[in-house]
Design a binder for this molecule. Structure first.
Ligand code: S3P
Length: 195
């Protein structure tokens, strides 16, 4: 278990008004949605899962969106919904693992955003992903472990811009949520009324 906050004196995206939004970054199956829901509950904030929101609006699941309209379309939807969230406050967002590959994704969320990277090993990610076969189109095809490793290697530099890094391997979601809650409370929460 490790929380790497040592390299930063404070989150780059959090201003004087405190944390208004939290976004959980990390690879597929790192537990972003589960942790985000628990964290939102602990804070009394709203939780929004970006994949579920896109699915709701499109009226079809992520695998079908990829199959019928392609990854580029899905990425456009991610950006479009994210843009709408910039003015929101007291929100915990769990986007999909590839959301961070959209250029400027974090900046779209606006000031006061605290980001945490839920780090997971390739082996643990694949083990968890295999519990929901077919749910993750980018892992279909031969040698999924190699695919996970390659994607993780590409994305780690993007995830690593997060304000903090939290290990998830072998840990319960509740423990991870509590850890992020402490990190966020240490930054100071927004005093804005809910809206
Ligand atoms: C993706 C991750 C998925 C989903 C889509 C693409 C990715 O979400 O958005 O299959 O590119 O890593 P999870 O991270 O919740 O699995």
């Amino acid at each position: 278990m490790r929380t790497d906050t040592s390299s930063r004196s404070g989150p780059a995206h959090v201003g004087v008004d405190g944390v208004r939004k939290i976004v959980l970054l990390g690879f597929m199956a790192a537990g972003k949605s589960t942790v985000a829901a628990l964290l939102a509950e602990r804070l009394g904030w709203e939780w929004l899962d970006l994949d579920r929101e896109i699915e709701r609006r499109e009226g079809r699941g992520v695998p079908r969106i990829f199959r019928e309209s392609g990854e580029a379309h899905f990425r456009e939807r991610e950006v479009a919904v994210t843009r709408e969230l910039s003015s929101r406050s007291r929100l915990v967002l769990s986007p999909g693992g590839g959301w961070i590959t959209n250029p400027g994704a974090l900046a779209l969320l606006g000031g006061g955003t605290f980001s945490a990277w839920l780090r997971i090993s390739p082996e643990a990610a694949l083990r968890r992903a295999e519990a929901a076969p077919g749910a993750r189109p980018l892992l279909s095809g031969p040698d999924p472990l190699e695919r996970v490793r390659r994607l993780l290697e590409e994305r780690e530099p993007l995830y690593s811009v997060a304000d903090s890094t939290v290990e998830t391997d072998g840990r319960y979601a509740d423990e991870v949520a509590r850890e992020i809650e402490q990190l966020v409370r240490a930054q100071g929460l927004t005093s804005e009324a809910k809206r």
